[in-house]
Ligand binder design. Structure first.
Ligand SMILES: O=P(O)(O)OC[C@H]1O[C@H](OP(=O)(O)OP(=O)(O)O)[C@H](O)[C@@H]1O
Ligand SMILES: O=c1cc[nH]c(=O)[nH]1
Length: 179
């Protein structure tokens, strides 16, 4: 698989995260009852960076949590492959009851990971709302799911793959498209 185009560099990723942080505050009219939940792997640093931004803007430490969801997809280019997402681990120490939960992930594609994440949250209690923020929306949804906050919409072909790198996990911040 070869890198075709670099879509976002570290400055662009940083700007997108700052914008999303402001949008979360605007939509929710502040920080009250917010709970940021990162979907592993790279949704976790995304949630932490947004938490840091919100702290800088509002001076408030918003609660965070983490979900580990595996997607069993053997071949991204094979449309007939049966994908299923299962929750491996839930690391959410605060209650979700009455919270405004913001799920955060690096890439939104079929929507199956987010569907599993919503099921996991609802198993824990009744949040007031569940919202979704992603760094990249690459299209090709298989479920009626959309993101409330999007870093960048990147129309893709099904044989392409979006790779997000974040320095907490990878050596650098970068979003590229591979073919
Ligand atoms: O909308 P979907 O079709 O569910 O795809 C999106 C998911 O796929 C990727 O996760 P991946 O399973 O590659 O795990 P990783 O984040 O740990 O690399 C990505 O990080 C999203 O969580
Ligand atoms: O292209 C894709 C599809 C799902 N998940 C990714 O990280 N990239």
């Amino acid at each position: 698989m070869n890198e075709k185009t670099k879509i976002l560099d570290d400055a662009a990723i940083s700007r997108a995260i700052k914008r999303i942080s402001h949008e979360i505050l605007e939509k929710n009219k502040g920080t009250e009852d917010l709970l940021l939940v990162g979907i592993k792997t790279r949704g976790t640093p995304l949630a932490n960076r947004i938490q840091q931004q919100i702290k800088e803007i509002e001076g408030v430490d918003v609660e965070t949590g983490e979900l580990d969801i595996s997607l069993y997809r053997d071949d991204l280019s094979n449309k007939d492959t049966q994908d299923e997402a299962t929750v491996n681990q839930t690391n959410i120490t605060s209650t979700v009851q009455g919270k405004k939960v913001v799920l955060l992930d690096d890439v939104l594609y079929t929507g199956r990971t987010v569907r599993a994440a919503m099921d996991a949250i609802i198993d824990l209690g009744r949040p007031k709302t569940i919202q979704l923020g992603v760094l990249v929306d690459r299209g090709h949804r298989e479920l009626p799911i959309r993101a409330d906050y999007v870093g960048k919409n990147i129309p893709t072909a099904t044989n392409e793959v979006i790779k997000v790198k974040l320095s907490e996990v990878d050596e650098q911040d970068e979003v590229s498209i591979y073919e």
